[in-house]
Design a protein around this ligand. Structure first.
Ligand code: PA5
Length: 432
């Protein structure tokens, strides 16, 4: 199988080979500590008790996979929907996968809720669900996160109205192994359960039941996704930055950050990747943005945004770099038609494929932005399919972990997220 590759040609006038190789020892050291934590449970690194995701691709829970297949068959073979309630790491991975593969005009069988406090969206969704059959997957490690907890109450009320006490058989709770209020509710009321192990944090949980159940219910081949993640685990298990592309990416980001390139723009050329960017933004910003350090990750979809943000990228403040996530082969491709009725002066393009045109656009943008002083990294993915998506998820998790450790912060906590909760709870009169 071809691997996902990282092309750093677009960094040559910003970073030298020597600077890259100069970080090899530091990377070796972090890698060694991480893997000592994983294999020997030696806690020698900050956040060492949250490294459960590292081995996840090789230790999948067969019982859980069986349950996921059972539920997804029930959803896919009927007129039922799956309502997924969760926020942050509890929904973005699945949403990203579903958006990547779904037909833009086909209704999705998976409906996400509980990722904001919008009364408009909640009431519209409840209205939509009123005469539909559905299962509910409520996802929260803590069980106390306000947004999903309140949405859960609202949907539960609707389910009790529709299904009576039988509603509980339609609820799947994805939660902590042994604690938390959602765990307690699931045990007391007999919900089906999927477990997020204690050593896996929300934003590193996409390859657990958190991501897998919603993906399976939208028809994504999760076996292929897991196969890709397993190959990534294998390919990224050594620390040499010339062969471990996740570390090569992490080191490149770190060196750019040292040059005050503090904003990374994730670029795609296909808006079906927009939620992949959203997932990666959460992964990197919640992992790295600490102690007044870290790269701010934002995103664009080209060529659309070349006609809005493109001006800034070409000509604005020079504290940015771009990372393009690019599929070398699309699932479908079409050709420019030759038409007698065309006055656009573009007849020379007739017969060329849109994929070819997109690639030329990408290369042109790369050249222009490099000339404008914007360093460029390209993550090249051979094909758009579940195998490479699984590979990409794991690849980005490993890159993010290394990036955060290079910066000197713990990738696995999120103390800053607690601050808004404290203030909001106080304003709501909640004692927490
Ligand atoms: O990455 C994280 O840990 C967070 O984004 C959480 O996933 C998010 O805050 C939701 O938390 P919980 O699953 O406890 O409801």
């Amino acid at each position: 199988m071809e691997k996902i590759r990282v092309d750093i040609e677009g960094l040559t006038s910003f970073i030298t080979k020597e600077e890259m190789n100069g970080l090899q020892k530091k990377v070796d050291n972090i890698h060694k500590k991480v893997h000592l934590n994983v294999y020997k449970k030696v806690h020698s690194i900050a956040g060492g008790d949250f490294l459960g995701w590292v081995e996840l691709p090789i230790y999948q829970n067969a019982e859980e996979l069986k349950l996921i297949n059972l539920i997804s068959q029930a959803v896919l073979s009927s007129d039922s929907y799956l309502v997924v309630i969760g926020i942050g790491g509890s929904y973005l991975g699945a949403k990203a996968a579903i958006e990547l593969f779904k037909h833009p005009y086909q209704e999705s069988k998976v409906i996400f809720l509980g990722y904001n406090t919008s009364s408009e969206y909640l009431s519209q969704t409840l209205e939509f669900l009123a005469d539909k059959n559905f299962y509910l997957n409520v996802i929260s490690k803590s069980g106390t996160t306000l947004e999903p907890a309140l949405a859960f109450r609202a949907v539960k009320e609707l389910m009790i109205k529709k299904y009576g006490s039988d509603y509980a058989s339609r609820v799947i709770a994805t939660t902590d192994k042994k604690r938390g209020s959602l765990f307690n509710e699931a045990i007391n009321l007999g919900y089906k359960r999927l477990v997020v192990e204690d050593n896996i944090g929300g934003r590193y949980s996409v390859l657990t039941g958190v991501g897998l159940l919603p993906m399976a219910c939208s028809g994504i081949e999760i076996e292929e996704l897991l196969r890709g993640a397993k190959d990534a685990w294998d390919d990224l298990s050594l620390s040499n930055i010339n062969s471990n592309f996740a570390y090569k990416y992490a080191v490149s980001r770190y060196l750019l950050y040292k040059q005050k390139k503090t904003t990374e723009i994730l670029v795609n050329y296909d808006s079906s990747l927009n939620y992949i960017s959203e997932w990666a933004k959460q992964l990197f910003c919640e992992s790295e943005g600490k102690e007044h350090k870290g790269i701010l990750v934002t995103s664009v979809s080209y060529t659309t945004d070349l006609h809005s943000l493109g001006q800034y990228v070409q000509d604005g403040k020079r504290n940015i770099f771009e990372t393009t996530i690019y599929f070398e082969e699309d699932l479908r491709d079409i050709k420019v038609v030759s038409l007698d009725h065309s006055y656009d002066g573009l007849d020379e393009l007739a017969g060329l494929s849109f994929k070819y045109i997109t690639n030329q656009a990408r290369l042109g943008v790369l050249k222009a932005h490099l000339e404008g002083g914007v360093p460029n990294i390209v993550i090249q993915i051979p094909k758009k399919n579940p195998y490479y998506l699984g590979y990409l998820f794991y690849f980005l998790e490993k890159a993010c972990m290394m990036s955060a450790y290079l910066l000197g912060v713990n990738p696995f906590n999120q103390p800053g997220v607690e601050s808004y909760k404290k203030e909001m709870f106080a304003l709501l009169g909640l004692k927490k």
